[in-house]
Design a protein around this ligand. Structure first.
Ligand SMILES: [Zn+2]
Length: 73
């Protein structure tokens, strides 16, 4: 296996890391609930895409009930 001959400086490593940046995702607004969503994806707030309901959005209460069901069953 190839190995580095010398350890490189802290500066070199830090200079490389100056290019590590967090990118802001493109967001569009949902025509159904006017919430923010990723373009070409089902809305995470209402579950709609192209004017149709694709997935059901569970409320926090429904999720809690489901968890309790799983624990019992
Ligand atoms: Zn929506």
């Amino acid at each position: 296996m190839a190995n580095p001959k010398r350890r490189h400086s802290r500066e070199r490593g830090r200079l490389r890391r100056t290019h590590y940046k967090v990118k802001v995702r493109n967001l569009s607004t949902c025509p159904q609930c006017s919430g923010l969503k990723l373009p070409h994806k089902v809305c995470p707030h209402c579950g709609y895409y192209k004017g149709r309901q694709i997935i059901e959005i569970k409320t926090a209460e429904e999720k809690k009930k489901e968890r309790e069901k799983k624990r019992k069953g």
